[in-house]
Design a protein around this ligand. Structure first.
Ligand SMILES: [Zn+2]
Length: 240
């Protein structure tokens, strides 16, 4: 199984500028009554409501393209103020490749604007149409719409066995310590996330094996959008 790698931008200032240029609402929020300092890096990366988001495929595999489009359609009721348009050719705001050896990964939301136009912003490991592939598309497209990992929610109450996590992930995913930390163990700060409650059934949550936690609690793999995923995205992208 290949877990997703969420790609962080090399240039935080460029990420900030792209997000704010897209929509001022991406500016860091101050917490009411708090003394939180506004900082570059605490911005969100959602697309502006009313815009058309072009999705292109850097692939000639029709089965892959149709299966991916089918899964992305599941997101559309939650983002109806953003039009998702599948385009022929490679000129998309989101560009999806199917390099089997590169695993599942995506940049987050408006960070796609920073990626060179001839390069993918997302990769999906095509393994035929099955529930796992479908779930991977929903997860990666969640990143493309601006969502981060749910298991890194500030209120996530996972008792990680950090030693086991580093050992398991470096062995099975071949990730570096930094990649393991930034994709699993690092908690996101409050201003980076919306104030939706922690949801262990979210499509943006990793499955977690019992041996990776100190209390033996496992979290099953999710291949569908949770009610909260749809609610959160509807709040962000419809504003009603
Ligand atoms: Zn991910």
């Amino acid at each position: 199984m290949n877990l997703c790698k969420c790609i962080e931008p090399d240039d935080i200032q460029a990420s900030y500028d792209a997000a704010i240029n897209e929509d001022l609402a991406n500016a860091p929020q101050t917490i009411p009554g708090g003394r939180q300092k506004r900082a570059v890096g605490d911005h969100t990366k959602f697309w502006k409501k009313g815009r058309t988001l072009k999705v292109a495929f850097l692939s000639t595999n029709r089965w892959f393209i149709e299966a991916t489009q089918g899964a992305i359609h599941q997101w559309i009721p939650a983002v109806f103020d953003v039009r998702i348009l599948f385009v022929e050719g490679s000129e998309g705001d989101i560009r999806i490749s199917d390099d089997f050896h590169s695993g599942n990964w995506s940049v987050v939301g408006t960070d796609a604007l920073l990626v060179p136009k001839d390069e993918p912003t997302m990769n999906l490991q095509w393994q035929g149409l099955n529930q796992v592939f479908f779930g991977n598309v929903l997860h990666e497209f969640g990143h493309a719409l601006g969502l981060k990992h749910e298991h890194q929610h500030p209120d996530a109450n996972i008792n990680w066995n950090e030693t086991a996590v580093y050992e398991f992930m470096s062995r099975t995913q071949k990730w570096s310590r930094e990649e393991i930390y930034s994709n699993l163990l690092k908690k996101l700060e409050k201003p980076k996330t919306r104030t939706s409650p922690y949801d262990r059934t979210s499509i943006m949550h990793y499955p977690i094996q019992a041996e990776l936690t100190l209390d033996g609690v496992a979290i099953a793999r999710n291949n569908r959008l949770s009610a909260n995923d749809v609610k959160l995205m509807t709040e962000i992208y419809s504003g009603r």
